[in-house]
Write a protein that binds this ligand. Sequence first.
Ligand code: SF4
Length: 334
Amino acid sequence: MTVQKTILEIRDLELHFPVRQGVFKKVRGHVKAVDGINLDILKGEILGLVGESGCGKTTLGKSILQLIRPTNGNVIYNAKDETVDLCALSDAEMSAHRKNLQIVFQDPHSSLNPAFTIYGSLQDPLKKYGVKSAKERRRIIGDLLEAVNLRRDYMDRYPHEFSGGQRQRIGIARALLVDPELIVCDEAVSALDVSIQAQVLQLLLDLRAKRDLTYIFITHDLSVTEYICDRIAVMYLGKIVELADAEDLYKNTLHPYTEALLSAIPVADLDRKSNRIVLEGDVPSPMNPPTGCPFHPRCHKAIAKCKTHIPEFKISVNNDDVNHYAACHLLDET
Ligand code: SF4
């Protein structure tokens, strides 16, 4: 992989939903779904965003693409010919950039109209971006179906005629229709059988190489990120708690939350079973996060300071890899 430049610079990004109660619908608090994210996405990389359900990873992905507008912060997009802050754009201005920044959902069924053939569903984005000739639209869709290892003539079939893996390939083809630079893959393989997962992951890797793509790969499954990601950001309660090159994250895990997630990966080695760290309880409410380190009520390594002081997200000075960051008081203890 050749890393050329930073394609997205995410700065102090927040998405706080107001919680209204009572007859007058007064604002009683805020759900901090995304809470002060700073992150660079490098061109050509696959950045994994991982964490339990409810940690804010999907909301962060949608905020980056402006599918849900953030309440604060900036997403600086270094496009081929200009640099823009996506958060400062109107909806109309954003739609001009939408083609470059696409998303693949977990359930491709939801983006395919069951009443339309695949051609019927996929031709709309092409029409929107000016491909007027039906013959040309058929050619482009046929080429893309072949690019995702499906037959051209599948474009005349209906969504219910495909397996889950085939539908996900069609979802990927749909995202590729307008030749994007970056794709957010939101749990894109989570609903697939393991053998089909491997095929779709390999397809994503092949397409990255052929089309110079960048991916933000959102998943709750750290065994998948190991296979596909260059870097991994671990999220907890709307914040990034650890960020590192993928290999380093697995070898030199710094944050106890990441440790717990990694320990839950099923392995053939029976000895690993005894090392499983069971996370007690659910993710706390992002409306009333715990004091100090938000992870402290569930942390198996918590010390007294953790209840009162928020750990700084900082680089690990004790680690050879200068790209390894974490938010944990234990970094100061070693
Ligand atoms: Fe656990 Fe404390 Fe580190 Fe938080 S700061 S992850 S509670 S050890």
